[in-house]
Ligand binder design. Structure first.
Ligand code: NAD
Length: 254
C-alpha cells in the first residue's frame, strides 16, 4: 500500500508489536512513515523485530512493557513522548487466547484473559488520551476478534473481545469532539506461529470454515489498521471492521 502515508513526524504505538499480527501492523505502519514504539513483554522478540524494522530504515523505539501494568505503560508513554513529541496512533493489539469450557474455567484464568485483553486497552488509552486531547488529534485502533460474537469453549476470550467492542464505541462517543477516533478490528483466523503448530488436518478443517477458503494473514489486519490510522477514515468512529474472509457471516460454531 502506498496511498496512505503518515504526515511528517507522526508516531504510532503498537502493543504486542514484537510478533504475529502486531509485527505485521508495525511493518505496515513503518512502511507508511510512522515513527514507531513497539511494546511487548517478550524482550528477545522485541529486539529481533526492531532490528528487522531498523534495517528497513524505520525509526523504532522498543519498550519492554506489560500492558496490564499502569506503571509500565505510563513510563513507556513518557519515554516515547520525549523522543517524538506527539502520539498520533495507538494500536491496542496485545492479547492472549483462552480456550476452556466454562465448567472447567478457574476464576483466575477468566480474570487473566479479561485483564490482558480488555483492561490493558483501558490502561493504554488512559495513558495516551491526554496527549491526543492536547494535540486535538488521535487514532485509536483496538483489536477485538470475530470471536466476540460468541465461541463455544472461549467464553473468557469472547467476553474480553466483546468488551473491546463496547469500550471502543464508548471511547468514540467520549472523544468525538476532540479530533480522536476509536475503531475496532475483528479478525477471523489469522496465520500466526500458533496456527502453524496445529496439525495439517486441523489447519485444513479450519480453512474450510472460512467462506473465502483461505486463512487470513497479518498483512490483511495491518491494511485495516492503516486505513483507521489514515486521513481516509477521518469520518469513521466507533465501528467494528471484520477482517475474516466472510467468517462473521457464517452460522455459529457448535
Ligand atoms: P501473538 O501471541 O502471536 O502475539 C501477541 C503479542 O502480544 C506477543 O508478542 C506477546 O508477547 C504480546 N503480549 C501478550 N501479553 C502481553 C502483555 N501483558 N503485555 C505486553 N505484551 C503482551 O498473537 P496474535 O495472534 O498476533 O494476536 C494479536 C491480537 O489479535 C490479539 O489481541 C488477538 O486476540 C487478536 N486476534 C488474533 C487472531 C488470530 O487468529 N491470530 C484472531 C482474532 C483476533
Amino acid at each position: 500500500m502506498t496511498d496512505q502515508v503518515a504526515q511528517a513526524g507522526m508516531s504510532a504505538i503498537v502493543t504486542g508489536g514484537a510478533k504475529g499480527i502486531g509485527l505485521g501492523i508495525a511493518r505496515s505502519l513503518a512502511e507508511a512513515g510512522y515513527r514507531l514504539a513497539l511494546w511487548d513483554i517478550d524482550g528477545d522478540a522485541l529486539e529481533a523485530a526492531a532490528g528487522e524494522l531498523r534495517t528497513g530504515g524505520a525509526d523504532v523505539s522498543v519498550h519492554r512493557v506489560n500492558v496490564t501494568s499502569t506503571e509500565d505503560v505510563q513510563g513507556a508513554v513518557a519515554e516515547f513522548l520525549a523522543h517524538t513529541g506527539r502520539i498520533d496512533v495507538l494500536v491496542n493489539n496485545a492479547g492472549i487466547g483462552g480456550d476452556k469450557l466454562v465448567t472447567k474455567m478457574a476464576l483466575d484464568f477468566w480474570q487473566r484473559v479479561l485483564e490482558t485483553n480488555l483492561t490493558s486497552q483501558f490502561i493504554c488509552c488512559k495513558a495516551v488520551l491526554p496527549v491526543m486531547v492536547e494535540q486535538k488529534f488521535g487514532r485509536i485502533v483496538n483489536l477485538s476478534s470475530r470471536a466476540w460474537l460468541g465461541n463455544r469453549g472461549q467464553a473468557s476470550y469472547s467476553a474480553s473481545k466483546g468488551g473491546v467492542v463496547s469500550f471502543t464505541r464508548s471511547l468514540a462517543l467520549e472523544f468525538a469532539r476532540s479530533g480522536i477516533t476509536a475503531n475496532a478490528i475483528a479478525p477471523g483466523i489469522v496465520e500466526t506461529p500458533l496456527f502453524g503448530t496445529l496439525a495439517p488436518e486441523v489447519q485444513q478443517s479450519l480453512q474450510r470454515t472460512v467462506p473465502m477458503q483461505r486463512i487470513g494473514q497479518a498483512e490483511d489486519i495491518a491494511n485495516a489498521v492503516r486505513f483507521f490510522a489514515s486521513p481516509a477514515s477521518s469520518y469513521v468512529t466507533g465501528q467494528v471492521l471484520y477482517v475474516c474472509g466472510g467468517r462473521s457471516l457464517s452460522s455459529a460454531s457448535v
